[in-house]
Design a protein around this ligand. Structure first.
Ligand code: GDP
Ligand code: IMO
Ligand code: MG
Length: 432
């Protein structure tokens, strides 16, 4: 029995869904442990593309239990749309189960997300506008509505009587926005309690425990990435949950002692969508080329992703805060045509020349930091069909080995294309 975490090691969109799908073959239960429909997860199988926001990326396999865990926030409209899209494609998500402890995004959370962003002006976060921050804010303020509340009408009514006047006061007095009547919110809750009911499962924790007792493998799927973590990321330019490995235990109910492996996912370069510091960002022709070759446009918002060279300082930090036992390097094929490549090995402070070999957690000083690069030779050949590490050109092997050395963690998987098949597995965490 092995429980494995798949966690983004950069700023999201690293290819987590591809690796989750791949490793799901070996697990009986897949649990998404945090985030909401801010995530955009792409899986490609036999040339067919599937995009998920909340549904765990293991759903394409028959007979696997896929749980939306207690650490998630659910915007029901998007989840229902996602379920319907799957059904239209002939895939009934009958093994999808929603934790009763997940929180529900209300219409006012969406309003507040939009307002907060415009109010911040030049300091805006560049959120996905899916109500993520406000939903988690209410959760922590003990003013949230959970999935289980939708099915306990007396308790829901009591909760709304307490929550709604406060929400309306904030909406009207601070944000100068329209308040909601209890009837409107009641109707919203009723509509979605019905639509979600085939998937809500009041004993997801028991299912997980039974799975552990039977010695089955579990996969814990993260969304976003380490550098977007509310505690460890480039605060305040982060999301409002804990994508890091530790968040997997909290958001799934699988105790930390059960977790045997934590696999970080990094692109062979770096991208970021939204605002916030990004030290290796490229503003030149090379950045544009990476963006075009890698199709770096967001799955959820369609926004162009900012692109830059691989940052080993971030990589090592990610190894530390997640306790990574392996790193998957994805999209290495995107670098096929470059003569030379750069890896950031340290940051230099422009003010006084200080060299930072470790990631400085105060993101406010990142504007003073510039990357110190090691230049690597390009391989100038097509990697998209390579199946075995030893068959990669020497320059590509050297590139991976250099990353391993700098981040002090083995690269256990190399992805050479979007399809499930286009993967080199050096160490399978479920077969160790
Ligand atoms: P996630 O949010 O981490 O799951 O990543 P996304 O799905 O948002 O973005 C990753 C994108 O890269 C998707 O379009 C994937 O199909 C694609 N992708 C994943 N791995 C590879 C790879 O090795 N090579 C190429 N060319 N594309 C990949
Ligand atoms: P996946 O799971 C990339 C970014 C947003 C914004 C910040 C806060 O596909 O990797 P939020 O809406 O969460 O309050 O926005 O986080 N962001 C992501 N960037 N991939 C994601 O998810 C992201 N989810 C949120 O762009 O900068
Ligand atoms: Mg994504």
């Amino acid at each position: 029995m092995t429980s494995v975490v798949v966690v983004g090691a950069q700023w999201g969109d690293e290819g987590k869904a591809k690796i989750t799908d791949l490793l799901s073959e070996y697990a009986s239960t897949i649990i998404r442990y945090q985030g909401g429909c801010n995530a955009g997860h792409t899986v490609v199988v036999n040339g067919k593309t599937y995009k998920f926001h909340l549904i765990p990326s293991g759903i394409l396999y028959e007979g696997k239990t896929c749980i939306i865990g207690s650490g998630c926030v659910i915007y029901p409209k998007v989840l229902i749309q996602e379920i319907n899209d799957l059904i239209k494609r002939g895939l009934t998500p009958k093994n999808l189960k929603i934790s009763p402890l997940a929180h529900i995004t209300m219409p006012y959370h969406i309003d507040i997300d939009g307002y907060s962003e415009s109010d911040l002006g030049k300091n805006k976060i560049g959120t996905t506008n899916k109500g993520i921050g406000p939903t988690y804010t209410d959760k922590i303020a003990r003013a949230g509505i959970r999935v289980e509340d939708l099915y306990d009408k007396d308790s829901l009514s009591d909760k709304l009587d307490v929550i709604l006047p406060r929400v309306n006061k904030t909406l009207t007095e601070i944000y100068k926005m329209k308040p909601y009547t209890k009837e409107e919110i009641w109707a919203y809750c009723n509509e979605y309690s019905e639509l979600l009911s085939p998937y809500v499962c009041m004993d997801t924790l028991e299912i997980v425990q039974n799975s552990l007792k039977s010695g089955e493998n579990i996969l814990l799927e993260g969304a976003q990435g380490t550098m977007l973590d509310i505690d460890y990321g480039t605060y305040p330019y982060v999301t409002s949950s804990n994508p890091i490995g530790g968040g997997a235990a909290v958001g799934s109910g699988v105790g930390p002692a059960h977790i045997k492996d934590v696999i970080g996912i990094s692109k062979a370069y770096v991208t970021r969508v939204g605002e916030g510091p990004f030290i290796t960002e490229l503003f030149d022709e090379i950045g544009e080329q990476i963006c075009e070759i890698g199709h770096e446009y967001g799955t959820t918002t369609g926004r162009k992703r900012r692109c830059g060279w691989f940052d080993a300082v971030v990589g090592k930090y990610s190894v530390w805060v997640n306790g990574l036992t392996g790193m998957a390097i994805t999209k290495i094929d995107v670098l096929d045509s470059f003569n030379e490549l750069k890896i950031c090995i340290a940051y230099k402070d422009k003010r006084d020349g200080t060299i930072h070999k470790n990631y400085p957690t105060n993101a406010a000083i990142h504007k003073y930091l510039e990357p110190v690069y090691k230049t690597m030779q390009g391989w100038k050949s097509d990697l998209s069909g390579v199946k075995v590490f030893e068959e990669l050109p020497k320059a590509a092997q050297d590139y991976i080995k250099e990353i391993e050395k700098l981040i002090e963690c083995p690269v256990s998987i190399v992805s050479v294309g979007p399809d499930r098949e286009q993967t080199i597995i050096r160490t399978n965490p479920y077969k160790k």
